[in-house]
Design a protein around this ligand. Sequence first.
Ligand code: NDP
Length: 529
Amino acid sequence: MSTPGQTSSTKITYATMSAERMEDLHRELDRAIEQIKSTFGRNYPLVIGASHIQLAEQFEARSPIDTRILLGRFPRAGVEHVRSAIGEARAAFPAWSARPWRERVTLLKKVADRIRARRWELSALMGYEAGKNRLECVGDVEESADLIEYYCNQIEQHDGFEVTLGTLGPNEENSSVLRPYGVWAVISPFNFPLALAAGPSGGALVSGNTVVFKPASATPMLGYALAEVMVEAGMPPGVFNFITGSGSTAGQELITNGDVDGIVFTGSKDVGMHLIRDNATRLTPRPLVIEMGGKNPAIIMKSADLDKASDGVYRSAFGAQGQKCSACSRVYVNGQIRDEFVRLLVEKTRKIKIGNPLDRDVYMGPVINEDAVRTFERAVERARNDGGEILTGGRRLTHGDFAHGHFVEPTIIDRLPVDHPLFAEELFVPITLIGDVTTLDDAIVLANRTEYGLTAGIFSEDDREIAQFFDRIQAGVTYVNRRAGATTGAWPGIQPFGGWKGSTATGKAGGGFYYVQQFMREQSQTVVD
Ligand code: NDP
């Protein structure tokens, strides 16, 4: 029998690079992909307290693989619905926060178990909704359960964060307790539609907070699935509320409403900074746990194993169609080995199979929507106009099976000056740029010359270079000689995931040692007889 997170022999993470010997996984997915189709086209509700609320105002969730596939219709929540969800969360807070932490841990572990129990169905749904390939989807689902469980384990390992302190005199007892804030808004992006909803929600809930959760409008189906597993696990009404609607209306109300005590947001720097600016104008400060974008470099030195380096770059540049905050989107390569490295990278990129990501052997599916296609096309045109050379890719695909989806080619751009804006802007599409360097010093200066600081890697067989890289690189997730590429092995308790600089507001990584504490505040308690 499989243990949680595993097929009969293999745990699926983002570092899992091959589906060989995974016949069990594929059989389960084949079945789930067929079965899930019967659920398409339904109307979905908001979940506010104990009520499931349908609205006349709706928006459609369609598959980026083929936009003729209507996945479901979702309510377009207005300000009044968001307020009502916040009200329910507030009403549920006293009882939820008063529960012994062990009970909350038990319940949240049930949520993780429910996610695992539904892993194939959720993965199949994610393939349709987010357009990610099979292993990416299973990895996302498994990580969701592991993140929740990891935060539960941390609370257990720290005895509920209740610590007995020293005393200043006789008859005195002092202790420190971490306590929840109240109502948290959880706002998530489209690209990890379950992990970046379940992880933050799990952290907030196990700490004793209640939650109002809004998924990205591109991925409401997985958002609703999370609301379902909360109910299945026995979450009391009002503790976890689910709303859908536009960022500018429903999302905006979540960030401006004074009855929200904390916000956990993952998404673009634009929206994240908007949220931070709003917070700065408030009469009372409140905690923000914010993870934003990336423009992630890889450095290839003369001593590098170029087979490993080209694997690492193409996987992290084009995995999930470049729509990972961790995606490698610029490469600084030593001039002496650049030709051979570029040759290998182009060769491997040309072999990438693009297609329906639910097919077994497809590596790249569609980008999420037409906006992403336009971003891709504009960047390619701009590169061409400014003297860039498209080494491979550069086109939208519209023939045959691609005709009704958002498919573009993995693209490598060369010969742009290293100070070109495309080396600085997060594009979030499958494009990576090549820049030449002569020394490690040049490479590190260029790698750090960005507002972001999410991931960074080096390929080098020289220990001094590696030490210098770790010492000077400004990024939250760093790696050396990793064939799997950037963060594609990020995992709770193994490789925490979070940024520096403009990629974060806190620098405390998801799945890391310091994450769950952010949902609580310290209270010192002194009792004198
Ligand atoms: P967006 O910033 O566009 O959206 C993120 C969420 O914010 C969505 O739920 C969106 O809702 C909501 N939103 C939009 N406007 C507002 C507003 N005014 N007030 C409140 N909420 C709002 O990001 P994407 O979904 O496009 O995700 C991609 C981005 O996420 C990239 O920049 C990527 O780097 C980043 N990211 C960062 C990660 C990290 O760990 N650092 C991990 C994953 C992604 P709606 O969809 O309805 O507009």
